[in-house]
Design a protein. Structure first.
Length: 541
């Protein structure tokens, strides 16, 4: 039977050496395998590449050898199931998977193996697990005391606050209700407080022990730049930082839309880079082919929507670039986490601009979700925007978001070249009063472009049409460039002094935090901008 504490650890170490060929557990793995091996429930939060798989594979083997029977692994990723089962079989572990890629006969074969007690690990898609047919199989094992452990991988999929909600995960609550005595371990690489609480609640893990690893990925250098001409900036970034003697590094470039993916992939190829597109609109065979090439060949750039990446284990991705801002920090962290899994230096580069904020806001506003839900999404977007606008250490902020305190890292753009800050309170007040005056004078709100024209004293047709050249705020901001005004506006949006409403079209409105700034009670700092400082990002080199 299963022995307690140190003995389990010893047995687990034996399995680690003998089956996996590794010398030692990493970080919290030792504690986790002891706890789970001994039948405890666990919630494991560990960054990508941290070694989550061993946290259930080792206990599965230990428990099977102690006569406890089968471990069922819930995973949403077919590709990952294939890889893991392949690796386990190679290591001599009896493993199999059940998912939609199997023929009926093959699936029945696996079910038979399962019932005969021939398997140590079975990987199954969540929708499969909760079918009456599959539950009947589990019942039969359970009756014979041969159901050992449930491992729920990518557990954040259960939460609508997570970035990858999968409704099928909700039904996994049945595991707890129907097989109350069977231990469960849930694992994820990203979960902020809200998502974490949701996982605990939805999967009934209130009594589980939580294991949180540091989310820091010290080898990843974070660089967030203001978007001007994103694809030119991207090319310059790759040329400057990811060019070797025999070509460029392997990287992933994320874009918001399929159309943009195609455009950027074409642009990169025309500029002599080795790039391939990947998005859900491509034929499945083409997608598979591009993915295989990315994994196999060196120095390939995958230009993709977020459809690409989950479950792709390529250790030497040297950069992840975002040409559009993601929805929230969790998504950003998950996507950038695909860089540098081998621990060697890698870059997470993002270009962001006002239009990104406006687009993301609009997607939230136009979604059919409930208001309370939209409010949460807006909050998450704001947190990312605040990270982008930050002038202090990116890593400190990123880790803080996941509940970790840390010191400035020395390996992000702001640490390496601290931005020059200047007081922009006066400019902020001009911008806020302009938004206010214009709305008051015309009884309707206007978009950023029009407000900038008024501030900068540009008597466009539209300005004249509304008589806005007669306003007291006309021309009061001629000293700043449009780029600078936009940067300031982004910051005011991030600070919730300005809101963008989508009806009738991206109009600007004063919001809660505007009052303190207008009254001079709250200061606004602005990063000195490239065009004022005289040159592009390259000039410092
Ligand atoms: P995750 O699922 O958390 O992203 P994996 O389980 O895929 O991480 O592990 C990442 C890599 O680290 C794999 O190549 C794995 O074999 C390796 N690894 C994990 N734990 C150890 C260990 N204790 N010793 C050596 N290598 C390990
Ligand atoms: Zn830093």
């Amino acid at each position: 039977d299963i022995a307690p504490g140190s003995e389990i650890l010893e047995t687990s170490l034996g399995v680690l050496h003998e089956v996996f060929g590794y010398d030692d557990f990493r970080g919290p793995q030792a504690d986790i395998v002891s706890h789970v091996g001994g039948g405890g429930d666990a919630l494991v939060l560990m960054p990508t590449g941290g070694g989550k798989s061993l946290c259930y594979q080792v206990p599965a083997i230990v428990r099977e050898r102690a006569g406890r029977g089968l471990t069922v692994v819930v995973s949403p990723l077919i590709a990952l199931m294939h890889d893991q089962v392949g690796a386990l079989l190679e290591a001599g572990v009896a493993a199999a998977f059940l998912n939609s890629s199997l023929s009926l006969e093959d699936a029945q074969q696996v079910e038979k193996q399962m019932l005969r007690g021939e398997l140590t690990l079975l990987y199954a898609a969540p929708e499969r697990l909760t079918t009456p047919r599959f539950l009947a199989l589990l019942d039969s094992l359970q009756e014979r005391g041969r159901l050992s452990l449930f491992a729920i991988d990518e557990a954040h999929c259960v939460s609508q606050w997570g970035h990858d909600f999968r409704p099928e995960y909700r039904a996994l609550a049945v595991l707890h209700e129907r097989y109350a005595g069977v231990p469960r371990v849930a694992l994820t690489a990203t979960a902020d407080d809200l998502t974490r609480a949701d996982i605990v609640e939805r999967l009934r893990l209130q009594d589980a022990r939580t294991f949180i690893s540091s989310f820091d990925r010290p080898n990843i250098r974070y660089q967030l730049v203001e978007k001007k001409d994103a694809s030119t900036q991207l090319q310059r970034f790759i040329r400057d930082e990811h060019m070797g003697a025999d070509g460029h590094d392997a990287g992933i470039v994320y874009c918001q839309s399929r159309r943009r993916v195609e455009e950027v992939a074409t642009l990169l190829c025309e500029a002599g880079f080795n790039a391939l597109p990947y998005h859900a609109g491509l034929d499945a065979a083409v997608r598979q082919h591009h993915q295989d090439r990315f994994l196999r060949e060196e120095g390939l750039i995958m230009v993709a929507t977020i459809a690409f990446g989950m479950g792709i284990d390529k250790p030497d991705v040297r950069f992840v670039a975002h040409l559009d801002m993601p929805k929230n920090i969790e998504g950003y962290y998950q996507e950038t986490g695909r860089a540098g899994r081998d621990g060697e230096p890698a870059t997470a580069w993002m270009a962001y601009g006002l239009q990104d904020v406006v687009n993301q806001r609009r997607m939230i506003d136009e979604s059919p979700a409930a208001d309370e839900f939209k409010q949460v999404l807006r909050g998450k977007l704001d947190a990312l925007l605040t990270l982008a606008e930050a002038s202090d250490c990116r890593r400190v902020r990123l880790l803080k978001y996941f509940g970790e305190n840390s010191q400035p890292c020395g390996n992000c753009d702001n640490c390496l070249t601290p931005p020059e800050m200047h007081d922009a309170t006066e400019a902020a007040r001009k911008l806020l009063s302009c938004i206010y005056r214009v709305q008051q004078a015309s009884g309707t709100a206007f978009g950023a472009g029009h407000i900038m024209d008024i501030l900068r004293g540009k008597a466009t047709d539209k300005v004249k049409q509304y008589g806005h050249e007669k306003l007291s705020t006309f021309g009061i901001g001629a000293d700043l460039s449009e780029t600078q005004w936009r940067a300031l506006l982004r910051q005011l949006i991030a600070r919730e002094a300005v809101e963008v409403h989508d009806a009738p079209y991206n109009t600007l409105h004063l919001a809660g935090a505007a009052r303190d700034i207008l009254k001079g009670q709250s200061l606004v700092q602005l990063r000195a901008l490239a065009d004022k400082a005289g040159g592009s990002a390259r000039s410092g080199r």
